[in-house]
Design a protein around this ligand. Structure first.
Ligand code: FES
Ligand SMILES: [Fe+2]
Length: 367
């Protein structure tokens, strides 16, 4: 059932979907203070593995040290070079590419070539900058805010989804990115509503559920939707046979969780789809998609092949659905820029309203 019983206002005026000042406000009020996903353990599964990324304008180096994930600013305290340029890699030591300074796990300097030429060695400030990092399920979360609350407090009901299975039960089937020439809120709002399903996805998703089949949840930091999915009988037969081999408790109920501001966890049958929408300017954003499939609790050759096959199949469908949405994004964005209307939101779209309300409150737009 829906939570609201009457239509809702479009809280955010359309101009806020292309406004540079609003982009800056969202960066500082919505993104900088919180925990955000920077990758998954599949990006650095073994001791010495690392990857680099740009996060809120900062270059980060995320490194697996004996099974624990650490995040550093990818900048050397000697003469400020990036420690590494590589997107991914493995190295025995955390070493700067320029003059070869080595660093320990806690960020303090280890071996320094020709160390005596730095006498007297000042100590202290020559330390890598580290950021709070937590792994939850298969995902790596980082915050640049020392005073951020615990990740679990921020995630709320999403913790349950992350912790449903241990990280090693999830196999990454595929991961890929899209760059969209649209404001990030366009992508977020499209992702949390199913009202557009019959018009935009008539072949892939077919129809939306009836109100009595759908359960919406709205919290301060997240929303959720739970709904059965309409699937052809042959598909369901194959899926049921396969799911019994991978994880007997799996169901066909579709669960979509939106962790504000930009994380989506989609759980259905043996799959976890993770999507992160990152604003790259007032009028552009990146959508990162990761699809995981459960491994059997006791893996064998047959179950490994099933996990792989299910992952491939799921990714084909997901790419078709996301391409159908992507075709419309530029028009949604263009319309927003020119709209003289206030807009309106149905009860079926109430998760869009909840997200807009969160942006409105956090950005202090009413003040
Ligand atoms: S800049 Fe890193 S060791 Fe010199
Ligand atoms: Fe869609």
């Amino acid at each position: 059932m829906f939570i609201n019983t009457a239509r809702l206002p479009h809280v955010l005026p359309p101009r806020l979907y292309s406004c540079p000042a609003q982009y800056e406000l969202e960066q500082s009020r919505l993104f900088a203070p919180v925990w955000l996903v920077v990758g998954s353990i599949s990006d650095a599964p073994h001791d010495g593995d690392f990857f680099t990324c740009e996060h809120l304008g900062q270059p980060l180096l995320v490194r697996n040290i004996q099974g624990t994930i650490h995040t550093y600013l990818n900048v050397c305290p000697h003469r400020h070079c990036l420690l590494t340029h590589a997107a991914y890699g493995n190295s025995q030591t955390l070493t700067c590419q320029y003059h070869g300074w080595e660093f320990n796990e806690d960020g303090r300097t280890g071996k320094i070539p020709d160390a005596q030429s730095f006498k007297p060695f000042p100590g202290g400030p020559e330390c890598l900058q580290k950021f709070r990092t937590e792994v939850r399920g298969p995902l790596i979360f980082v915050t640049l805010n020392e005073n951020a609350p615990n990740l679990a407090d921020q995630l709320g009901p999403l913790v349950e989804v992350c912790d449903e299975f241990p990280a090693n039960r999830w196999r990454l089937a595929d991961s890929w990115n899209y760059e969209f020439p649209v404001n990030w809120k366009v992508v977020v709002e499209n992702t949390v509503e199913s009202y557009h399903v019959p018009t935009v996805h008539p072949r892939t998703l077919i129809r939306y559920g009836r109100e009595e089949e759908i359960e919406h949840g709205i919290c301060d930091e997240s929303t959720s939707m739970r709904s059965p999915i309409a699937t052809p009988a042959f598909y369901r037969r194959i899926a049921d046979w396969l799911l019994r081999s991978l994880e007997p408790g799996c169901t066909h109920v579709y669960r979509l969780h939106h962790g504000f501001p930009n994380l989506f966890l989609i759980r259905v049958d043996a799959m976890l789809q993770v999507m992160v929408v990152t604003p790259t300017s007032a009028e552009s954003c990146r959508l990162s998609v990761r699809v995981f499939v459960l491994r059997a609790a006791k893996e064998n050759l047959r179950s490994r092949l099933l996990t792989r096959a299910w992952g491939r199949f799921k990714c084909i469908i997901i790419k078709m659905i996301l391409a159908e949405d992507a075709r419309l994004y530029p028009d949604m964005h263009q319309g927003m820029k020119c709209s003289p209307f206030e807009g309106t939101i149905s009860t079926r779209e109430e998760l869009v309203y909840a997200f807009q309300d969160y942006v409105y409150r956090r950005c202090g737009l009413g003040a």
